[in-house]
Design a protein around this ligand. Structure first.
Ligand SMILES: [Zn+2]
Length: 247
């Protein structure tokens, strides 16, 4: 009975406010769907890519090949994967999700992120979103990484600990920083929530975030988790910067 009521309610809402594509604004069949024209603009990340950070290569490489940056500075995480390239086709989707309350878009991310991490979920014990500092949480009202992590937990059955990591200080917005600036900005900015100290020991954690830019933030989170006794850290993001020298 309750399901019927729920369905009728959502049909009524659809009559008044037809669901719209989160990117193009065109009317679509279901909430969270992407219109065909917007879909064509999205670039999904496929192999070959760096085995460590997931940076896509333009040429075929040997299995397990690493990019120059991972060879020079091996990351603290085992590997990072992303569903989409962060480019002109995906920017509106990601910014809308992050800043404009288009939280329902999270549904459409699930199959994409599932595909990007299909071989890693089986090794993962716990999902954990990259935290926002509470001052930013107040201005934004929600942590987009935690929304993704909760949706993924429902999808995969792997539990998520949304308050597993804390920001110990507010960091400056990293929008225009280069890699060096970003690494400095997030240094020692995280701590493991004491409540989970024992339960995280020896576990494999998958860090969840919306965008991987230089990897500075997830790398610092991975370092913090490993110091607390976590065995393996994987990273899964919705999108990833793919241009060299991306700020
Ligand atoms: Zn790499």
């Amino acid at each position: 009975m309750q399901t019927i009521l729920k369905e009728t309610a959502s049909q009524l809402i659809n009559l008044v406010l037809p669901p719209r594509c989160v990117i193009s604004g065109e009317v679509v069949d279901k909430q969270g769907m992407i219109s065909a024209s917007a879909w064509r603009e999205l670039s999904f990340i496929n192999e070959p890519f760096c085995n460590s950070c997931g940076f896509p290569f333009e040429f075929e490489v040997e299995d397990g090949a690493l990019c120059a940056s991972c060879l020079d500075y091996p990351p603290h995480f085992e590997n990072a994967r992303a569903a989409l390239k962060y480019d002109d086709g995906s920017r509106a989707l990601i910014l809308g999700f992050k800043h404009a309350d288009k939280t329902y878009a999270v549904k459409s991310f699930m199959p994409w992120m599932n595909r990007a991490a299909q071989n890693i979920f089986q090794h993962t014990d716990i999902l954990m979103p990259v935290p926002l500092h509470y001052t930013r949480l107040i201005s934004r009202r929600y942590n987009q990484a935690a929304l993704i992590s909760s949706a993924l937990a429902k999808e995969t059955g792997i539990p998520t600990i949304n308050d597993g990591l804390k920001r110990t200080r507010a960091t400056v917005s990293q929008g225009y920083m280069d890699a060096k600036g970003r690494y400095k900005n997030v240094k020692k900015a995280f701590a493991v929530n004491k409540r989970y100290k024992n339960s995280l020991k020896g576990k494999a954690v998958m860090l969840i975030d919306d965008v991987y830019t230089t990897g500075a933030t997830v790398n610092e989170c991975a370092k913090t988790l490993k110091k607390a006794g976590v065995n393996e850290v994987y990273v899964l993001t919705l999108a990833r910067a793919v241009k060299e020298g991306f700020g």
